[in-house]
Design a protein around this ligand. Structure first.
Ligand code: MGD
Ligand code: MGD
Ligand code: SF4
Ligand code: MO
Length: 726
């Protein structure tokens, strides 16, 4: 009998928990938290064991499949590559390069091979029509970073382990395990703030799991955070609470005066009717936040997926700066990752970009080479020059994850050709003509390129593959390299590609090694990696099976900021110009009696749309319910677990109601990622408890006009009891 213990990083969500996996005779015996991982110290959530379920899932695709009139058939990799390249090239020859579009989903950023090699493939497609899950998620954070600090990835991370006051908006880390804040075991870290005498305060239209453990919770009307934050600043100025802390050299005082003028109309008395937050409570909160020795305001997806996402994320950083908490322990800080993608992308001109081109139908701006995905459906459905005829999806399920999924389905069905690089036949990939399934999870080597950059400590960890994937399997990087080579053809490949050819035909570990050696802790870098006096390299990292801790975050902004004048831009025009729109909100009716405002919710045992095929995670009662306040339910004659109809401008769905005091009156909540009832998918467990999709209600036209990011929060809906069918 052969037995071994394998250590690796869980790559399912952003928390990067260390896992200890016991294997006997090539069978997984247990998956536990790795108590010796210096960062996660044994923490895991119920999803960790699902890595086994995905690995063993009989529904997971292992070979390319092709859709035929008689159903899906397996084909060889050679035939699949040939056909994909021929079809994509054919469309581009007939309709132009931009008639082929790309959509990249969330698991890409959790996947080393995809992060390193998919850009090569996408570049070889030479299309400007690229979309990703970024614009149904954190795009506004990148806007704020780009315009304020000069690089879209200079994202300030809340220093949760040293703060005394954490003000959280639109985040529920107890369910999500943290986002743009990689902090495994976040609950303990929040408790620790309380134990050292500090406070955790949550602003959310639902009294969430996180709000329930917080010291205080403010219900806020969805979509109104912009007014709350403007009032926060108005009070700071009015009460002389401005203190730039350690960054006065990075701030132009003239910008402070301008900010004071811009925020002065937004007194708490004026914004209260809209936000639902009483002026006295807001004033007290501002006072306590500013009095705290170390404080941080942290906003996550609930702040970015709303109609003022861009402006809100700017205001949050302004608050951190003006309260002296930017780039300072216990405040909002910047990481120094061992694989320094900020440094590397800066060298290659990848700081970000804005508005170099626009979407054809609605004129939405490009950002960092991508267009907002709310435009995908209309770009496929609207005839004319530049219409999308071919689509590549890479680890994405936009039918369930982007707004107006029903319209998108109609659009996908009309494409001339679609290829999906994905491990499941699901709601989106069923519309593909060919699906190319890469190896995944336990079959792959892993180094987290993205989440070390977003972590609350500087850490590094490398995971070897646990299982061999078999001769018929292909890793993502192999698929992307192969497709890229075939698209470019030998003769057309530019010199720069030929030079890189050798490197990019190696497994990703080689690239990681190089980046570590040239990174801040490498032999050629400036920081110290003390382990036996050697610089950090892949070989060194492999010796540290539990990962290495490279220390707490350090003040570093003055050396890293990339704005032209090396100062923080507290007044980007793009956001300042949005303030009249915020002021106009003050004069609107807060809400009429009939409509309710829709928000989402995350659940610990789901991961967006694609983990419902794990039996273990699906145990228990149906989780796809609409939460509604007792008063709103009573008004509509709704009682617990009644089947109700929820309708919006774009569609309607039926699901059970769950009556809950945790909801703000006037607001309802539905989780996303459900809706596995669609025909022709192959996820047996998920199909047995399918739920319905909130994104058949969310609206592709309801966006933040500044960034083009979707506004999932505050969609107007009606809710009524479902009539008995006769
Ligand atoms: N209403 C509402 N909608 C939302 C959200 C919300 O809060 N509310 N959240 C949004 C957010 S934050 C995000 S990030 C998006 C996510 O949006 P998407 O990324 O489009 O959706 P996922 O559900 O993550 O789908 C991932 C896809 O990748 C496949 N996959 C999994 N692992 C691998 C792999 O290793 N390789 C490959 N090639 N494929 C793989 C899965 O089978 C699945 O098809 O959803 C967004 N949608
Ligand atoms: N278990 C699990 N973990 C996950 C995921 C998952 O699907 N399941 N997805 C992963 C991904 S892709 C991401 S991006 C992260 C996201 O991580 P988080 O940002 O922590 O996501 P949520 O738990 O959705 O928390 C968003 C909160 O915003 C609130 N909210 C909604 N509208 C508003 C509003 O207008 N104003 C305010 N102030 N609050 C509002 C919601 O009620 C909710 O509590 O989670 C990741 N982790
Ligand atoms: S919290 Fe995230 S990283 Fe940790 S075990 Fe759960 S899914 Fe994996
Ligand atoms: Mo996300």
């Amino acid at each position: 009998m052969s037995a071994k213990t394998h250590y690796r990083t869980c790559n399912l969500c952003e928390a990067m928990c260390g896992l200890e996996i016991r294997v006997e005779n090539n069978q997984i015996r247990s998956i536990k938290g790795d108590a010796d991982d210096p960062f996660s110290r044994g923490h895991i959530c119920p999803k960790a064991t699902a890595l086994q379920d995905i690995y063993e899932d009989p529904d997971r695709l292992k070979r390319p499949i092709k859709r035929t009139p008689d159903g899906w058939i397996e084909i060889s990799w050679e035939d699949a590559y040939d056909e994909v390249v021929e079809k994509l090239k054919g469309i581009q020859n007939r309709h132009g390069r931009n008639s082929v579009a790309v959509y990249q989903g969330n698991p890409n950023v959790h996947n080393l091979g995809s992060m390193l090699y998919s850009p090569q493939f996408v570049r070889a497609l030479r299309t400007k029509i690229r979309f990703s899950a970024t614009s149904v998620d954190q795009l506004p954070h990148h806007y704020a970073a780009f315009f304020m600090f000069g690089h879209q990835l200079l994202l300030p991370i809340p220093d949760i382990d040293r703060t005394d006051f954490m003000l959280m908006l639109g985040a529920n880390p107890l369910a999500s395990n943290g986002s743009l804040m990689t902090a495994p075991g976040v609950k303990k870290r929040l408790r620790a703030i309380q134990k050292r005498g500090g406070q955790v305060v949550v602003v959310d239209p639902r009294k969430t799991e996180t709000a329930a453990m917080a010291d205080d919770h403010f219900f806020i009307r969805p979509g109104k955070d912009v007014l709350f934050l403007l009032s926060f600043l108005q009070v700071m100025f009015a009460q002389n609470l401005i203190d730039l802390g350690d960054v006065p050299n990075l701030v132009d005082p003239a910008q402070l005066d301008a900010l004071q003028k811009l925020t002065s109309p937004f007194t708490p008395e004026k914004t209260a009717a809209q936000t639902g937050i009483e002026p006295e409570r807001l004033q007290k909160l501002v006072g306590e936040f500013c009095a705290a020795e170390r404080a941080v305001c942290y906003g996550r997806i609930g702040t970015s997926t709303q109609a003022f996402g861009g402006t809100i994320n700017w205001l949050i950083t302004v608050i951190n700066t003006l309260s002296g908490n930017l780039d300072r322990p216990g405040g909002a800080m910047f990481t120094s990752p061992a694989f320094d993608i900020v440094g590397i992308t800066t060298q290659s001109g990848g700081t970000g970009s804005y508005g170099r081109w626009h979407s054809r139908v609605r004129n939405l701006p490009e950002f960092a080479g991508e267009l907002p995905v709310s435009a995908l459906g209309e770009e496929i459905l609207t005839p004319g020059e530049g219409q999308i005829k071919g689509l590549v999806t890479i680890a994405g399920n936009p039918v369930l994850s982007t707004p107006n999924g029903t319209q998108l389905e109609e659009a996908l069905a009309s494409l001339d050709f679609m290829v999906a690089i994905d491990i499941y036949l699901n709601e989106t990939t069923r519309h593909a003509h060919i699906i190319l399934p890469p190896t995944t999870g336990l079959e792959t080597e892993h180094y987290d390129l993205v989440f070390h950059v977003l972590a609350v400590r500087n850490t590094a960890k490398y995971s070897e593959p646990l299982f061999e994937a078999g001769d018929e399997a292909r890793a993502d990087w192999q698929i992307y390299s192969e497709l890229r080579d075939r698209l470019l053809g030998d003769k057309k490949r530019p010199l720069s590609h030929r030079r890189h050819r050798d490197l990019f035909e190696q497994p990703p570990g080689r690239i990681v090694d190089r980046a570590l050696r040239f990174g801040p802790y490498g032999a050629y870098g400036g920081k110290k990696y003390n382990h036996q006096g050697n610089g950090l390299s892949l070989k060194e990292l492999k010796k540290q099976r539990h990962g290495v801790d490279l220390g707490a975050l350090e003040p570093s902004l003055s050396g890293r900021i990339l704005t032209p004048d090396r100062q923080i831009n507290l007044l980007p025009e793009i956001f300042v110009n949005d303030l009249p729109r915020a002021e106009a909100l003050l004069h609107k009716n807060a809400q009429n009696g009939e409509t309710l405002l829709l928000i989402g919710r995350r659940q610990l045992r789901s991961n967006n749309s694609w983990m419902h095929n794990s039996r273990r995670l699906m145990r228990g009662k149906n989780r796809c319910t609409v939460l509604i306040h007792p008063d709103d339910a009573a008004q509509r004659g709704i009682t617990s677990l009644d089947e109700v109809m929820v309708a919006s401008r774009v569609g309607e769905i039926a699901l059970p109601a769950e009556i809950s005091e945790a909801m703000m009156p006037g607001v309802v909540s539905i989780p996303h990622g459900w809706g596995h009832h669609r025909p022709g998918i192959r996820q047996e467990v998920a199909q047995s408890t399918p739920g319905v999709s909130i994104n058949d209600l969310t609206d592709d036209q309801w966006i933040d006009p500044v960034t083009g990011n979707v506004a999932f929060s505050g969609v107007m809906v009606t809710v009524e009891k479902k009539r008995e069918e006769r």
